[in-house]
Design a protein around this ligand. Structure first.
Ligand code: PMP
Length: 370
């Protein structure tokens, strides 16, 4: 079907599908849009919009104020913390709200490295982390830390043993994602936790849980991690809000200074409306997680089967990847050209991580692809 150019030029991520129909001009035809880019962001759910609106219109006090307006906002904030903690599977004191997972990842890496720098110098992460981990780790490298970026296997998997091998006596932090955002690779976080602690009991373990939260059932307290980042806009909440799970007893340094909010770990007046919307989205997505997972797994199976039957299509995601993500190449066709051709048909996909904006994928490069 397509010219076999031998180059990897096309990567599409297929996330959970969202179909809707639009009435066309004259009202007698329907244009079907097929949004397959939910790994980049999701449509905000009506319950999240309603929660934000209520917080803006009715509960607009400063949660740190001592009068009734403030107390109402504080109580709403605590309720939201309880909800997000319930979905994550931890205590509410372990949830710190942030502006999203980029901030959560930066807070985890810089916060842990600075808190532990007297104990050691090595940080272990993977070569296919989200750019917010890769870049934060790169910055720490320029500050004198030794950073090991463990590459995935050519098939996109990454065994726990390979990560543990890089851990030594001098290691203070390990950061690995639960689900890779470009391939859908699922990492065995409990096993990584066990293996790295066998080599070094003092190491802090951070996990980027963005693409797993509300998609794969887990309890963060049972994963063996100390820190986990999540984001609202991947689960039908708004952009600009997320959280960092910080296990009880774990001390990391803040990135910002200037207030006592979020136990001084993330000072600044809390964005109550965004947090309220985040909590509403988390609750709804958690309730829908299992039926949605079944539906998405079936869609993924059909899509893989049909794509595999086409000439020149190569599936890059591992066979046991999260069903929410599918990465493929169409040999001989540039990804952007294919992206826009599909867009004309009302089909929305990604040609790479939205955060990389057109740069070649560091994830596929790490797998050894051109
Ligand atoms: N980590 C992963 C795995 C992601 O997919 C993303 C979003 N692309 C982020 C972190 C960053 O999240 P946010 O957009 O909330 O900053």
């Amino acid at each position: 079907m397509f010219e076999l150019g031998g180059h990897l030029v096309y990567n599409v991520f297929v996330y959970d599908t969202l179909f809707w129909q639009k009435s066309g001009i004259g009202g007698n035809y329907f244009f079907m849009e097929c949004y397959l880019d939910n790994g980049a962001t999701t449509a905000v759910s009506p319950s999240a919009v309603a929660a934000a609106k209520r917080a803006m219109e009715e509960v607009w006090g400063n949660p740190s104020s001592l009068h009734r307006r403030g107390i109402d906002a504080f109580l709403l904030l605590q309720q939201c913390r309880e909800t997000v903690a319930g979905v994550l599977g931890c205590d509410r004191e372990e949830v710190t709200f942030t502006s999203g997972a980029t901030e959560s990842n930066n807070l985890a890496l810089f916060g842990a490295a600075r808190a532990k720098k007297r104990r050691g110098n090595r940080i272990v992460t993977t070569a296919f982390e989200h750019s917010s981990v890769i870049a934060a780790a790169g910055k720490l490298e320029t500050e004198g830390f030794e950073v090991i970026f463990v590459p995935p296997e050519p098939d996109g998997t990454l065994p726990a043993e390979k990560i543990a091998q890089a851990v030594d006596e001098n290691t203070i932090l390990v950061s690995t994602m639960l689900v890779n955002n470009e391939l859908g690779t699922v990492l065995d976080i409990p096993k990584i936790g066990r293996l790295i602690r066998r080599k070094n009991k003092e190491v802090l373990f951070h996990c980027d849980g963005v693409q797993a939260f509300c998609k794969i059932p887990f309890k963060v307290s049972r994963l063996g991690v100390d820190l986990m980042s999540v984001s609202a806009h991947k689960i039908h909440g708004p952009k600009g809000v997320g959280a960092l799970y910080v296990k009880k007893g774990v001390r990391i340094q803040p990135l910002l200074y200037g207030g006592a909010q979020e136990k001084k770990l993330r000072p600044g007046t809390e964005g109550v409306p965004m947090i309220a919307a985040f909590a509403a989205a988390a609750q709804e997505s958690a309730q829908k997680m299992l039926p949605s997972q079944e539906k998405v797994a079936e869609l993924n199976r059909v899509l893989r089967e049909r794509l595999a039957a086409l000439d020149g299509v190569v599936l890059n995601s591992p066979a046991d990847a999260s069903p929410y993500i599918l990465n493929l190449s169409v040999l001989g066709i540039r990804s952007e050209i294919m992206l826009h051709a599909l867009e004309e048909q009302g089909i929305y996909v990604s040609s790479g991580s939205a955060c990389a904006k057109g740069e070649p994928s560091h994830v596929l490069s790490a797998m050894g692809m051109e």
